[in-house]
Design a protein around this ligand. Structure first.
Ligand code: ARG
Length: 455
């Protein structure tokens, strides 16, 4: 491609470190779309003839067919996807192929292709997140009344419901989807036409190519257009945050699956056995999803370090943008699909959750709140009285509802047996009717809202 200036061949090692076709072949569809839009624009503004444009479009179609059929020759000697496509185009249509690169550089070409790829990846991810949310909403709806312990410090805190817990993740994944949508909206400007870095002396129409490729507008600064990779950084940051959310749900599934908790069961479809211990059913998918955040955050870190300190505009360092990005979205896609499958597969054990929900004096706050409400005791003092009640229950080896009324009266003799009405986990969860609280009617309202959003 640059034979004019060169008389020697690159060293084998030069080619080995320079070649990117092994991974940037994943940009083939985007590269062809960009070339089609560019060729059509060049013809419209009169830079190339209609005959040349027709030949180019025809050649690009044939290349597309070859790629689909798996017969396209991806060749290392042509370095990357852009030059592979152009070289093949020349073989197919002859000298007209040489006109396609007018008013274009690989710098704006790769910026465009990669941006189109990341934009598609964001769109796919939003769809996968919504599928996961639907699976969570379905579980929430089926178990809106199933009480379970709510935890802080992984210690029983206050009773909630399984539905409420599922809906917490629906919120998280909703914010993740919004982050991908935000990133998409910000990246949706076309760098095509920035050419090498300074723009073009040809009368190109950047608005036309931007529109043809589904962008809102062309980018406004040619230097920034070829130097910018923060669209990918932003998508990777969103992926890392999403990975962190996935790891929390994965961790909970691992914990819930232990015989000690026994809150949920997974079928054989989402568990594996042990080669030595016949009794085992391991939640490997959850464990692997829990681990993927390492890869996702690694990709974000990797690309940030690649971009850090690079002088404007393009440097070959930037070729290192693709592998971490492809890897991250591959990992994220697999994690989201597997998590959606696992969530749908999960069978909660309402009995085990209910038993656990009453353990650990989880309704102590309800007792204190009753003292405040019924006896007008300041909350701080009620907290103290309740602490003494918990201490006494522990000494007697009973739970709070099992504490004899006489014991409670010894702490404050105005207490009546009406207090027992608030001490069961069901009553506790049902009482939390504040907006967004654990009461089943509140949870159902959120389920209805999300079903509408996800419809
Ligand atoms: N393969 C290159 C990349 O991915 C394409 C751009 C090459 N540009 C250049 N000036 N050498 O970054």
């Amino acid at each position: 491609m640059w034979g004019g200036r060169f008389s020697g061949k690159p060293a084998e090692l030069m080619q080995a470190i320079n070649v990117s076709i092994g991974f940037d072949k994943r940009l083939a569809a985007q590269d062809l779309a960009g070339s089609r839009a560019h060729a059509a624009m060049l013809r419209t503004v009169g830079v190339i003839s209609s005959e040349d444009e027709a030949a180019i479009q025809d050649g690009l179609s044939r290349i597309e067919a070859e790629i689909a059929a798996g017969t396209f020759p991806f060749r290392d000697e042509f370095e990357d996807i852009h030059m592979n496509v152009e070289a093949r185009l020349r073989e197919l249509i002859g000298p007209a192929a040489g006109r396609l690169h007018t008013a274009r550089s690989r710098n704006d070409q790769v910026a465009l292709d990669f941006r189109l790829w990341v934009r598609d990846a964001c769109d796919r991810t939003v769809g996968q997140l919504q599928a996961l949310q639907r699976a969570l909403v379905a579980q929430a709806e089926a178990h809106a009344d199933a009480v379970m312990p709510g935890f802080t410090h992984l210690q029983p805190a206050q009773p909630v419901t399984f539905g409420h817990h599922m809906m917490a993740y629906v919120e998280m994944f909703g914010r993740d989807a919004a982050r991908f949508a935000d990133a998409r909206a910000r990246m949706n400007e076309s760098p095509l036409g920035a050419a090498a870095l300074a723009g073009s002396p040809f009368p190109i129409d950047r608005h036309m190519t931007a529109k043809a490729l589904g962008f809102d507008r062309p980018t406004a600064n040619s230097l920034d257009s070829v130097a910018d990779r923060d669209f990918a950084l932003e998508a990777l940051a969103a992926a890392a945050i999403c990975g962190a959310h996935l790891s929390r749900l994965a961790e909970e599934i691992v914990i819930w699956m232990t015989p000690q908790f026994g809150f949920v069961k997974l079928s054989d479809a989402f568990t594996t056995g042990s080669s030595i211990m016949p009794q085992k059913k391991n939640p490997d998918a959850a464990e692997l999803i829990r681990a993927k955040v390492g890869r996702l955050l690694g990709s974000f870190t990797q690309l940030t370090v690649v971009m850090k300190g690079l002088p404007l505009t393009y440097s070959k360092d930037m070729q290192e943008d693709k592998v971490p990005t492809f890897e991250a979205f591959d990992a994220l896609e697999l994690s989201l699909l597997a998590m959606a499958g696992m969530v749908a597969d999960m069978r909660p054990n309402a009995e085990a959750m209910k038993a656990a929900a009453g353990a650990g004096f989880s309704t102590a706050t309800d007792l204190a709140d009753w003292l405040v409400r019924e006896l007008g005791i300041p909350f701080r003092d009620a907290h103290h009285v309740t602490g003494a009640a918990v201490k006494r229950a522990e000494e007697l080896g009973v739970d709070l509802p099992g504490l004899p009324l006489a014991e409670l009266k010894a702490l404050d003799n105005r207490i009546t047996d009406a207090i027992f009405g608030v001490l069961t986990p069901q009553a506790s969860a049902a009482s939390r009717r504040s907006y967004g609280g654990a009461a089943p009617e509140q949870v159902r309202a959120q389920i209805a809202r999300w079903k509408e959003i996800l419809a």
